[in-house]
Write a protein that binds this ligand. Structure first.
Ligand SMILES: Nc1nc2c(ncn2[C@@H]2O[C@H](COP(=O)(O)OP(=O)(O)O)[C@@H](O)[C@H]2O)c(=O)[nH]1
Ligand SMILES: [Mg+2]
Length: 254
């Protein structure tokens, strides 16, 4: 069983991409299940096979603990860990090869809470893979691109499991914008010069210094453009997962 986590900022397209990838896998004859880990999810674009809301619901926690939505989200994030034993036994009951995990809306609830380590350990850390979604509205400017690269690096640092950084919703950008973002991701000097064009601001100086640090720690990698809407890039996600687990061997039926 391989666990694929979809993680990114609120609205970056996690739920949509998890569904699009599930549908693509189905077409390839690959079995997978969809797991919703967001206790506060109100509208999900799919019917989850396993749903954390069967154990924990944001609205109920707000009532029970007399908390607002933000405080309740944090209590929920921590409660997920307490219920993981049961969640894992339900997931394992599916006897599937791929578990696609849609993480909570706000990425800090997953990336920055200790309970997410419990989630990952419970489902099996060695069999885990992260798909980090960069939001195109952020990544289309050079400084936004650096910020997204940092978020991805922080996520990688937190979990130390293999990670693929995708440019989500690429259909929302023009061809030129996609090309520019991909060029920055391929070649740091392209990004240096894009930032250089906005020279003089303290923000651009900071971006360059951060970029150098990211390069030094090996977090500078090519972005994979994807779109749940089109759909586009699903095969690239699959290949990255395969490469990470099997050294590239394809598990698809002939
Ligand atoms: N154009 C476009 N819109 C998308 C795509 N993926 C998601 N969206 C939209 O972006 C919004 C947020 O998507 P969602 O999957 O709920 O994001 P999440 O909060 O990260 O789970 C929704 O309105 C989606 O319809 C995509 O590939 N292309
Ligand atoms: Mg979602």
């Amino acid at each position: 069983m391989k666990n694929i986590y979809f993680i990114g900022t609120a609205g970056s397209g996690k739920s949509s991409l998890a569904l699009a990838f599930h549908e693509w896998m189905e077409l390839q004859g690959l079995d997978s299940i969809l797991v919703n880990l967001d206790p506060g999810a109100e509208a999900i674009p799919y019917v989850p096979d396993v749903d954390i809301r069967d154990w924990i619901r944001l609205s109920e926690i707000m009532r029970e603990y007399a908390l607002g939505p933000n405080g309740a989200q944090i209590v929920c994030a921590d409660l997920i860990a307490l219920n993981m034993k049961e969640v894992v036994s339900v997931v394992e009951g599916f006897k599937t090869n791929f578990v696609l995990i849609d993480t909570p809306g706000q990425m800090e609830l997953f990336a920055f809470r200790q309970s997410s380590s419990v989630v990952i350990e419970s489902l099996g850390k060695d069999d885990s893979f992260l798909v980090f979604l960069s939001d195109p509205q952020l990544s289309k400017t050079p400084e936004g691109f650096v910020s997204d690269l940092m978020l991805c690096a922080i996520t990688h640092f937190r979990f130390s499991i293999p990670i693929l950084n995708v440019l989500s919703k690429m259909d929302l950008l023009t061809d030129q914008e996609v090309e520019a973002v991909l060029a920055w991701s391929r070649d740091p000097y392209e990004l240096y010069s894009a930032i250089g064009e906005r020279q003089g601001t303290s923000q651009s100086v900071l971006s360059i210094e951060i970029l150098k640090a990211l390069e030094n720690i090996g977090m500078y990698r090519e972005l994979t453009p994807v779109s749940a809407e089109m759909p586009y890039g699903m095969e690239d996600i699959y290949n990255a997962i395969q490469q990470s687990f099997e050294g590239g061997e394809d598990l698809r039926p002939d």
